[in-house]
Design a protein around this ligand. Structure first.
Ligand code: ZN
Length: 235
């Protein structure tokens, strides 16, 4: 996969958003979310999503730690700053200490901790974005990663492809349980650059938008390479 990050494009995104009072953190989130969303090989199977953790300004002028996560129904390829929902981060992090949280309570938290009641509904994968400690999290349902992990021995194959560079998370439906499991796998090896979600997709993360995006391209390229080899040998 080609890395489409351009310093010129990133700078232009920061400058054009600054004119609308949008911070560089959010501008770069919009910029790389569009790069991800513009590639059908990454988002053909149901979108994917992206987030950034950065303070949000309240009407009182107070800066509150927040998770800006893609809103449901927004196309990543054309997303704008308003397509991200800002959610208070601190109450979400407290949820990570619970053993269980049913969908009703999770959806209640999703609605009640919004900083702007007019923003779109945060993606249902918002807790996974919140629990990972990195500033930028990128998530796609990449064709190549799905082709690797949809195999009967997908977990073993993922370990072979990534050789410790990515944690492997067993299949669970999106929600609190998956977010907790992903956090557990991450904490088991905090040096990983990505989490591969069996039969679902992949998360990459970093403290900069450029690095999180670059890791997505690298990780998906490794899956593509494996599939090319596999056509000759394994599958
Ligand atoms: Zn997903």
């Amino acid at each position: 996969m080609k890395n489409l990050w351009s310093e010129k494009g990133a700078r232009a995104a920061v400058e054009s958003h600054a004119g609308q009072g949008v911070s560089a953190d959010i501008a770069l989130r919009v910029y790389s979310a569009r790069l991800l969303g513009g590639d059908p090989k990454l988002v053909l199977h149901g979108g994917g999503n992206a987030s950034v953790k950065t303070p949000a300004k309240c009407v009182t002028g107070e800066a509150v730690p927040a998770l800006f996560v893609k809103g449901s129904g927004h196309d990543m390829g054309r997303i704008e700053a308003a397509g991200f929902a800002a959610v208070r981060l601190e109450p979400l992090l407290k949820l990570a200490k619970l053993d269980k949280l049913d969908d009703r309570d999770m959806n209640n938290a999703r609605a009640c901790h919004l900083l702007d009641s007019h923003s779109p509904d945060p993606s249902v994968e918002f807790l996974l974005h919140a629990f990972l400690p990195h500033k930028y999290c990128d998530h796609t349902h990449s064709d190549a990663v799905l082709a690797v992990t949809n195999q009967a021995d997908g977990g073993k194959l993922a370990h072979e492809v990534y050789k410790g560079r990515a944690g492997v998370v067993p299949y669970m439906k999106p929600g609190f349980g998956l977010a907790k499991k992903a956090l557990e796998v991450y904490e088991g090896n905090p040096g990983v650059e990505a989490l591969v979600l069996i039969k679902h997709g992949i998360f990459t993360f970093a403290d900069s938008a450029k690095e999180a995006y670059g890791r997505m391209i690298d990780m998906v390229s490794l899956a593509e390479k494996r599939l090319t080899q596999g056509r000759k040998k394994v599958f």
